[in-house]
Design a protein around this ligand. Structure first.
Ligand SMILES: O=c1ccn([C@@H]2O[C@H](COP(=O)(O)O)[C@@H](O)[C@H]2O)c(=O)[nH]1
Length: 239
């Protein structure tokens, strides 16, 4: 894999509450990552202005708000997300089939089959384990739940999933090669696990078939973030 191909796969999780940081990260990492992820912290603090700031620097955005509500609310919020011109956004597969299918239907009506944001379904969070699931009354193994939710999302017309890289082979087998798999829970050899539980290294995730790797703190908390991003690209290219 070339360095450019590796760069295209890396999504930086821009987890900050400060609008001033957005421009800093866009300038520092634009030539080192392929996309910027705006999640709950930054969107709650700064709203669509954060999306526009990344776009002003020519960056693509993954809007990670993980919608989970009644079908109509999620479908309407999804249309608003897609209108911002983001490349990816997501909802929770645990919201169910009707919520996902209604969202796809609303997007198709709004964009009339034209180019639009890809919608992803979050399966089981990469910070979760079997114990986390048991605590909320789910008695299934994590990989079984991930495949079950990915299959449901595919049936509803969703474009792909968010999952741990560990589950890629099972998702590919169930959902095929044209289904996007976006993987947080990626930890390069030099980084701490933090609250992530189901992890792989960047090279392992790419070799397993991840379309995009989401990486936040290993870059953002590093003493030299640009150098950390370069080390991650080295690891992928060598991998
Ligand atoms: O299952 C999931 C879904 C989303 N995330 C998000 O990805 C990043 C990961 O950041 P790190 O600092 O690399 O751990 C973060 O914004 C999460 O909200 C996830 O980790 N797992």
């Amino acid at each position: 894999m070339t360095r450019d191909q590796a760069r295209e796969k890396v999504i930086f999780a821009l987890d900050t509450g400060e609008f001033a940081h957005v421009q800093y990260w866009a300038e520092t990492l634009s030539d080192k990552v392929g996309m910027f992820k705006i999640g709950k912290q930054l969107f709650t603090a700064c709203g669509p202005a954060a999306v526009r700031m990344i776009q002003k620097f020519g960056g693509e955005v993954f809007l990670d708000l993980k919608f989970h509500d009644i079908p109509n609310t999620v479908a309407m919020a999804s249309v608003e997300a897609a209108r911002m011109g983001v490349k990816l956004f997501n909802l929770h597969a645990l919201g169910g089939y009707e919520m996902m299918a209604k969202t796809v239907d609303a997007l198709d009506k709004e964009f009339k089959g034209g180019d639009r944001a890809k919608v992803l379904a979050v399966t089981i969070l990469t910070s979760s384990t079997e114990e986390t699931l048991k605590d909320v009354g789910i008695e299934h193994a994590v990989p079984d739940m991930v495949v079950r939710l990915a299959t449901l999302a595919r049936k509803a017309g969703i474009d792909g999933v968010v999952a741990s890289p560990r589950e890629i082979p099972l998702i590919r087998e169930a959902c095929g090669s044209d289904f996007l798999i976006v993987t947080p829970g990626v930890r390069p050899s030099f980084a701490a696990l933090n609250d992530q539980k189901r992890v792989m290294t960047p090279a392992e995730a790419v070799n397993a078939g991840s379309d995009y790797l989401v990486i936040g703190r290993p870059i953002g908390d590093a003493p030299d973030p640009a150098a950390a991003a370069e080390m991650i690209l080295d690891e992928i290219v060598a991998g």
